[in-house]
Design a protein around this ligand. Structure first.
Ligand code: ATP
Ligand code: MG
Length: 470
């Protein structure tokens, strides 16, 4: 279990202020400053590169604070995925300070400071969009979604435009204190997720926050505070406004943090899953075996991550869509198509329906198809070409898929054991042939479980479709 080894700061509330004081929807931010000896962050837990960035900014006279998951997870004793820095320096000033940096984004600029493969993202404090900022710099769509969000602000303003209170925690390099806003310090200790501000408004501004709520609840084992939880099932359809490419990125984050099973269950409970995987949700409702298979997939993914093995999205995507594929293939067969073309047509249809919800880059959809197409071939255990099949670049994935299907209750007449034994007889052959076409990012080896590339948040490309990159 995660534990928080922080002391409760007594009477540390240094200031209370209100922003947009005259407005009805005044957002109040309560700042709690926790001094260095009352929290558990030590510089030895932090990324060296992040520290370099913080110190250099600070030396140049700017405010420099670590923010977001880097602070939250370190306080929880977890390994943060990445470290983000917030500052009052403008992107141009940051860019001038670091030779190894580049400006990212056109409308809202960020700076990436690059240390080999490690990237520290530096963002200038931003203010929440208000009516006063007019449509020139901030804009909302007709559903309340933020489309542009280009206003620099101060640290207090920056805090209240963040999503959850536990994500509005800042580690200040100037005196090593933690600055917590809007009750985030207490929420962290009570393991509670709470949106800053009015939940419905915040979800409308950016519906992806609903997915983030589930991801953090599952990953951190936090509860979702009632006011934050309630609107989710009602507002879940707003996910349809989000570009499929962004949803795909979110799907990767949802299922690859080590608590995929809890994530799946919560997504379904909050009626979000059906907006990410409509076909899979339908099958899971109709057929308990489809649900078992999805849950087993997530359980296996979590076990692999716990065992320090890498995991790949194409395997779990292939698995989530398998029951829909089988169903569609059967429909084509009933219309007279032979099994193989029926399978191919079914794969086309299922993938083309799925990409309307979440994009699937080719480097994932190609191996998904390969796994599916190998299933009937693995069923033919009498074939003289069995040994040759072991060399197929997707053999390992397809074999694991067979095991998963058996584990989920499909009767495959023991083919899993057949292929286990055959591999033992020919250990050098497995996956020895190079991967097929267009699949340049996959290794040509039996280790299909390559980790996905680390993705950094990018600035929005199309301001009319994607909300501000927050
Ligand atoms: P992790 O990196 O573990 O996924 P994180 O909290 O660091 O968690 P990021 O996506 O890296 O999440 O974002 C960094 C910070 O930016 C968040 O902690 C939050 O303060 C802010 N943020 C990110 N996305 C949003 C959003 N959609 N709405 C509001 N604030 C956001
Ligand atoms: Mg992060």
């Amino acid at each position: 279990m995660n534990s928080i080894s922080v002391k409760r700061p007594a009477n540390l509330i240094k200031s209370v202020f209100s922003l947009f004081g005259k407005k009805k929807k005044a957002a109040k931010a309560l700042l709690t400053i926790v001094p260095r000896d009352e929290h558990s962050i030590s510089r030895s837990n932090l990324s060296e590169n992040a520290l370099k960035v913080l110190y250099r900014l600070n030396k140049a006279g700017y405010q420099a604070l670590l923010v977001g998951g880097g602070v939250r997870d370190t306080l929880l004793g977890l390994n943060p995925k990445d470290f983000d820095v917030a500052t009052d320096a403008t992107p141009e000033q940051v860019n001038q300070l670091f030779r190894n940096s580049r400006l990212i984004g056109r409308r809202f600029k960020l700076v990436h400071v690059v240390f080999g493969r490690d990237v520290i993202e530096v963002a200038t404090f931003r203010a929440p969009p208000t009516d006063e900022h007019s449509t020139k710099v901030a804009a909302k769509g007709d559903q309340g979604m933020i489309l542009r969000d280009n206003v620099y602000g101060n640290k207090d303003e920056d805090a209240i435009r963040r999503d959850f209170t536990v994500n509005a925690l800042y580690y200040n390099i100037a005196d090593y204190s933690v600055h917590a806003y809007a009750g985030g310090w207490d929420d962290l200790q009570n393991r509670r997720l709470r949106l800053i501000g009015d939940p419905e408004t915040r979800y409308r501004e950016d519906p992806v926050r609903m997915l983030r709520a589930i991801r953090f609840a599952a990953k951190l084992g936090f509860s979702i505070e009632a006011r934050t939880a309630e609107p989710i099932p009602v507002l879940a359809p707003l996910l349809q406004q989000i570009p499929p490419a962004r949803l795909f990125e979110e799907v990767l984050k949802l299922f690859l943090h080590g608590q995929a099973l809890d994530t799946l269950r919560l997504l379904r409970e909050y009626q979000l899953f059906g907006h990410l995987f409509p076909l899979a949700e339908q099958c899971m409702r109709d057929d308990p075996q489809a649900l078992t298979m999805a849950e087993n997939t997530m359980r296996n993914t979590d076990e692999r991550i716990r065992a320090g093995k890498s995991v790949t999205p194409y395997f779990f995507m292939a698995s989530l869509l398998w029951p829909a594929l089988v169903r569609t293939q059967r429909e084509f067969e009933q219309r007279g198509l032979p099994p193989h073309p029926a399978l191919q047509k079914a794969a086309d249809r299922v993938l083309s329906q799925q990409i309307q919800a979440t994009a699937i880059p080719k480097r994932f959809s190609i191996p998904m198809r390969e796994i599916w197409e190998l299933q009937p071939r693995l069923a033919k255990t009498q074939s003289r070409r069995c040994v040759e099949l072991l060399t197929h670049p997707r053999f390992r994935a397809a074999y694991d898929f067979v095991l998963l299907r058996e584990q989920s209750g499909e009767n495959l007449s023991g083919i899993g054991k057949f292929w286990t034994d055959l591999q033992e007889q020919h250990p050098g052959l497995v996956g020895s042939r190079p991967a097929r076409t267009g699949d340049d990012e996959q290794p040509a080896s039996d280790d299909y479980n390559d980790a996905p590339r680390k993705r950094r948040r990018r600035a929005p490309r199309n301001r009319n479709r994607r909300p501000a990159d927050l």
